[in-house]
Design a protein around this ligand. Structure first.
Ligand code: ADP
Length: 254
């Protein structure tokens, strides 16, 4: 259920790369229970904004507050521990590990992943932590996935995405950031992804995603923010922003 209770507040956010103003003074507030989507033409600054939010990049200016805590320029591991997790545009699973092992890795605080990844790679099929394994199974089942013991590299693309999302939520975050989760998916996989996002939302998570597939966006998002040239040019429901002249112009100029 969407609320008016802010979970993430972004104020005057800027990220410049030398002379490139990738994000150039953006304000937005995500409320608890939103499935919020960030849209905009290529190069409008969406991924950069997500990278600053998750601590991958430091901000040039501005502030980010999560649950009332200032998280501006904190390290990714710290932001992760505070309850924000994410997926990336390109799937980042350990190909030689099983689906279950990949999700188990997400159970541990970020920063230990490299070490555990190596450990699991050496001792494939062996999961030491029963609690982590139980949580990983439960999370995968919740997302309708039960092929626990198949190596990630042998799963179809859509299912690799599901495993990646399971890994992002197994630690029990409050805010999930997804960078183009439907990219490369066929129609069936995209429909399954909508179901998965609803289930995650039902668990009480707030979701912020970047997405290009407008019919997918229209089916899942409760709120939309549109960026163009590093600035926010519109916000509202998906229907509202898609009928906004500024948005139509931005896309036609793309
Ligand atoms: P979007 O996700 O909306 O397609 P991006 O955030 O990827 O947009 O890019 C916004 C702008 O910032 C683009 O002009 C892009 O070339 C530039 N940019 C992104 N990352 C970097 C970087 N690491 N170094 C320099 N320029 C970058």
């Amino acid at each position: 259920v969407a609320t008016n209770d802010p979970i993430l507040q972004i104020t005057g956010l800027r990220k410049h790369f030398g002379g490139i103003k990738a994000v150039d003074g953006v304000d937005f507030t995500i409320c608890r229970g939103d499935i919020a989507v960030l849209i905009g033409p290529n190069g409008s600054g969406k991924t950069t904004a997500l990278n600053v939010l998750s601590g991958v990049y430091t901000a040039t200016a501005g502030s980010i507050s999560f649950n009332g805590t200032d998280i501006t320029n904190r390290r990714p591991a710290e932001i992760n521990r505070l309850g924000i997790t994410r997926t990336f545009q390109n799937i980042r699973l350990f190909p030689e590990l099983t689906a279950l092992e990949n999700v188990v890795i997400g159970y541990y605080p970020k920063g230990t992943v490299g070490l555990l990844g190596t450990l699991f790679a050496r001792r494939r099929g062996f999961i030491e932590d029963r609690e982590a394994a139980a949580r990983a199974r439960e999370t995968l089942r919740l997302l309708g996935f039960s092929r626990f013991d198949i190596k990630a590299k042998n799963l179809p693309y859509g299912q690799q995405r599901v495993v990646e999302i399971a890994r992002a939520i197994v630690s029990g975050p409050e805010l999930l950031l997804l960078d183009e989760p439907a990219a490369g998916m066929n129609r069936e996989e995209t429909a399954a992804l909508s179901e998965i996002l609803y289930r995650i939302h039902d668990l009480g998570l707030t979701i912020l995603l970047i997405e290009h597939d407008m019919s997918f966006v229209a089916s899942v998002a409760t709120r939309a923010y549109v960026m163009d040239f590093g600035q926010k040019i519109s916000e509202g429901t998906v229907a509202q922003v898609l009928s906004d002249q500024k948005v139509i112009k931005a896309y036609l100029g793309d």
